[in-house]
Design a protein around this ligand. Structure first.
Ligand code: 0PR
Length: 387
């Protein structure tokens, strides 16, 4: 803190100077992340209603009503208009809440996840004192169902399936997991933090994507994050349970808040009502058609990337992409060396063991891909020249 007060201009200059090396979604060289530049209307809504704390529900009953409508709209998208849930801080809290609810309901301590699970599940297991059994994935990088079945023991209470893995956007065979969970009376949580706002629209466009949501009877809950492909500002994650009953052991009663008794089913107590309002705004302003158009554009850009990659002998997709995430690898050179050289050229690159992850979000346009291809060709020539 400064001893004396500064002017707004001075404060802004200091902040801008410290942030000058931060990357910007707007510039287009960020092809690595799942989050995106929030829609400008969502930003307006967020700042207009910045003061709303939905943690104090009786103070802001209108926001509570909007949250109910958001959950019901998302439930509709995921084949269960009666779903119960909340807009939370992100996928991490959403995943945590599902595991917490089911640990409390079952009194057991073991969960099964594919090796592609996001690290938030490991964080949650750590906090909740759970054993986490990690199951291998098959050649398509989907959870191995036979191995998952073998991993079930008397202490198991939940399997987590992923609908849009962090590394490659792969969808686990959720229908088979659903059958398995029904057979062994286990809860099935689906982490569709990224895929939730993509897969339903791809289905509508006749892409060959598998079922993943409440249409499958074994699915107990779904993580779906508006702050990823939903165009909303951070923080906006989503957790949807098949019904309210599933949250009964994590419902926290608070008696002293404004207007009297309230009950919370989130981990966080004070919660951004502005986030809820921005999500409601986007669901209604963009609407189904708007999201459909966004996903359609992302898929066109994906096709363009695949077309351009096909012309470069040294590069290829690590496997055919399922959704708008492409893993780029090299048949000839070390991918780490390529990624580092691209980072030196100013690209924000997300690097996994064998591939670079490119997330075709709305700000990654054809132009961005062309410039990426141009730079990566230069990088490949430099590496070739050194040999
Ligand atoms: N589940 C899946 C499948 C995820 O990919 C992620 C985040 C989460 C859960 C957790 O979500 P929150 O980060 O909202 O809690 N996946 C992104 C990733 O690891 C998160 C991210 C986004 C990281 C933008 C960096 C970034 O710049 O890539």
């Amino acid at each position: 803190m400064n001893r004396t007060s500064l002017s707004k201009t001075e404060v802004l200059e200091l902040i801008r100077s410290t942030l000058k090396h931060d990357k910007s979604y707007k510039k287009g060289n960020v092809i690595s992340t799942m989050c995106t530049y929030p829609d400008t209307f969502a930003q307006e809504l967020f700042s207009e209603f910045i003061d709303r704390n939905i943690g104090d529900a009786n103070l802001f009953p209108g926001v509570v009503e909007l949250e109910r409508e958001v959950i019901s709209s998302l439930g509709d998208l995921l084949h269960n208009p009666n779903a119960f849930g909340n807009i939370v801080t992100g996928g991490t809290e959403a995943n945590f809440l599902a595991l917490w609810a089911y640990r409390e309901l079952s009194g057991k301590h073991t969960i099964i996840v594919p090796e592609t699970a996001h690290f938030s599940l490991y964080k949650s297991a750590n906090i909740l004192n759970l054993n986490i059994k990690t199951v291998h994935v098959n050649k398509d990088r989907q959870i191995d169902i036979a191995e998952a079945e073998k991993a079930i023991d008397d202490d198991t209470f939940c399997i987590v399936g992923i609908a849009g893995t962090t590394e490659l956007g792969v969808i686990d065979p959720i229908a088979e997991l659903s059958d398995l969970c029904i057979k062994f009376k286990l809860y099935l949580h689906i982490d569709a933090a990224f895929g939730g706002f993509v897969i339903p629209f791809m289905k509508d466009m006749n892409y060959d994507v598998a079922d993943f949501d409440f249409a499958l009877p074994g699915v107990s809950s779904i993580t779906i994050d508006p702050h990823k492909m939903g165009m909303c500002p951070i923080p906006a994650g989503g957790i949807l349970f098949r019904n309210k009953e599933l949250t009964k052991k994590i419902e926290w009663s608070v008696s002293y808040l404004s207007g009297g008794h309230t009950a919370q089913t989130t981990f966080v107590s004070s919660r951004s009502g502005a986030s809820v309002i921005a999500v409601w705004g986007m669901l209604n302003y963009l609407g189904y058609e708007g999201y459909n158009d966004i996903i359609k554009r992302c898929m066109h850009v994906r096709e363009h990337l695949l077309f351009e990659l096909d012309k470069i002998e040294e590069l290829c997709p690590i496997q055919p992409p399922t959704m708008n995430i492409v893993g780029v690898t090299s048949t000839k050179y070390n991918i780490v060396e390529i990624a580092e050289a691209m980072r030196d050229k100013g690209w924000a690159i997300s690097l996994f063991t064998e591939h670079m992850r490119i997330v075709l979000r709305p700000s990654v346009t054809k132009k961005v891909i062309n410039s990426f291809i141009h730079d990566i060709k230069e990088v490949l020539s430099c590496i070739q020249a050194k040999i």
